[in-house]
Design a protein around this ligand. Structure first.
Ligand code: AMP
Length: 189
């Protein structure tokens, strides 16, 4: 299974990613989690990323691409991976295609669709330190400007599987399963 989960911040893709990875035994690669770990550990990357994350902006492509590349080259990623929160820009998507090559090309991109007001409501409920309303609105603006263009790219590549993210976590999980069934090496679980 080689998947990307794409969607606005706060759409629940982190939860869905964790569930899918637990079920399928593939690597869950969340750039947000990796960056938060770097911040918590006080590494040079973390020190650079923290003010950017606190402002709801995107961490520079080269830093994030480096993190992902390292993780995808690790042995355990050979049996599959699920990218959560990456790629978020066209250059990140280009770097990902280069890194994966033809042998490990993506099988599907699950695209979670959710309206702005529901996104703000859910994000406020998460209680993360970067989840104040102005920061949430900025993340959403950045998402629409920088990340949403990826939808057309993956649709044109025949990879996009749209999922309505407005239901409960269980409902969205069922829709996710249905969306990826038949696209990931015949496994419909
Ligand atoms: P997330 O947990 O995916 O919502 O990410 C939290 C924050 O980490 C984002 O608001 C960004 O500041 C940063 N971040 C995570 N993934 C990326 C990425 N692929 N590119 C740039 N910044 C990222």
């Amino acid at each position: 299974m080689r998947l990307v989960l794409l969607g606005p911040p706060g759409c629940g893709k982190g939860t869905q990613a964790a569930r899918l990875c637990a079920r399928e035994g593939v690597v869950h690669l969340s750039t947000g989690d990796l960056l938060r770990a770097a911040v918590a550990a006080g590494t040079p990357l973390g020190l650079r990323a923290k003010p950017i994350m606190d402002a709801g902006k995107l961490v520079p492509d080269d830093l994030v691409i480096g993190l992902v590349r390292e993780r995808l080259e690790a042995k355990d990623a050979a049996k599959g991976f699920l990218l959560d929160g990456f790629p978020r820009t066209i250059p990140q998507a280009d770097a990902l295609d280069r890194e994966l090559g033809r042998d490990r090309a993506l099988q599907a991109v699950v695209y979670y669709v959710l309206g702005d007001e529901e996104i703000v409501r859910r994000s406020l409920g998460r209680g993360r330190s970067d989840d104040t309303e102005p920061v949430i609105r900025e993340r959403l603006r950045v998402y629409r400007a920088q990340t949403e263009p990826l939808v057309a790219r993956y649709r044109a590549a025949g990879l996009l599987a749209e999922v309505d993210a407005s239901g409960s976590m269980d409902q969205v999980e069922a829709l996710t399963k249905a969306a990826v069934a038949g696209r990931t090496g015949g496994r419909a679980r």
